[in-house]
Design a protein around this ligand. Structure first.
Ligand code: SAM
Length: 218
């Protein structure tokens, strides 16, 4: 896709079929591609301030790259619920769980806007899930599965200020094959901000990445 058509698509809503195609094609090389972003994952997981025995939703969990740092904090009694719509990404997440022997990981292969799970989690992670953050139904469904006051952390790409155009070239390249809509890329977290208490957001990576957090309504 050329830059022009990418930008022309910037206001379309997220497209499920396109996303499934995107991640079906990427699944096998996804973990290697995400290696440079690992420090962000560690920071996002730390910001969840998980306690042993808690339950966390990993929304758009992909191949389960966040499971190990989550599990480390949750301990053997903790519970991870991974939600992922792409079968190829979910298959790799399932392999990871089997290989690691984690017993308390529930994997739900479903769009975040439709996933159903009994119980209320203590925290939710949205790590590089722009298409999900841009779907109000996905946010509302996730919040409905959190206890009041649960901690929520979201990270991902965003447009840097215009003067940081080299950063925006990077954001353009990375977003072009990891999201299906550039809608809201200036403030990907804004629909989450409307739904959370104590919402905070800051920019990192020279403005090209955001780190947001807050609490589900009490
Ligand atoms: C960039 S990957 C991030 C994966 C993982 N969170 C990580 O940190 O490595 C985005 C993931 O969100 C998934 N996804 C996109 N839209 C979704 C939706 N509506 N419901 C569930 N998963 C979705 C994609 O299939 C993909 O695996």
């Amino acid at each position: 896709m050329g830059t022009r058509s990418r930008l022309a698509a910037s206001h379309a809503p997220p497209d499920r079929d396109k996303s499934l195609q995107q991640y079906r094609a990427r699944a096998a090389r996804y973990d290697a591609e995400l290696l440079p972003f690992e420090p962000l994952r560690q920071e996002a997981v730390a910001r969840l301030e998980l306690r042993p025995g808690e339950t966390v939703l990993d929304v758009g969990c992909g191949t389960g790259l966040s499971f190990a740092p989550l599990q480390e904090r949750l301990g053997p009694q903790g519970h991870i619920v991974g939600i992922e719509q792409c079968p190829e990404m979910m298959a790799l997440a399932r392999d990871r769980v089997h290989a690691s022997g984690w017993r308390r990981v529930t994997l739900l292969q479903a769009p975040a806007e439709e996933a159903r799970w009994r119980g209320r989690a203590d925290a939710a992670l949205f790590h590089f899930t722009h298409d999900i953050l841009r779907q109000p139904a996905a946010l509302d469904n996730t919040l409905a599965h959190l206890r009041p006051g649960a901690r929520v952390v979201a990270t991902g790409l965003q447009w840097a200020p215009p003067w940081a155009w080299p950063v925006n070239l990077f954001v353009l390249g990375a977003a072009s094959y990891s999201v299906t809509s550039f809608d809201g890329l200036a403030q990907p977290w804004c629909a989450l901000a409307e739904r959370l208490e104590g919402f905070e957001v800051h920019a990192t990576w020279m403005g090209g990445v955001f780190m947001a957090s807050g609490f589900s309504p009490r």
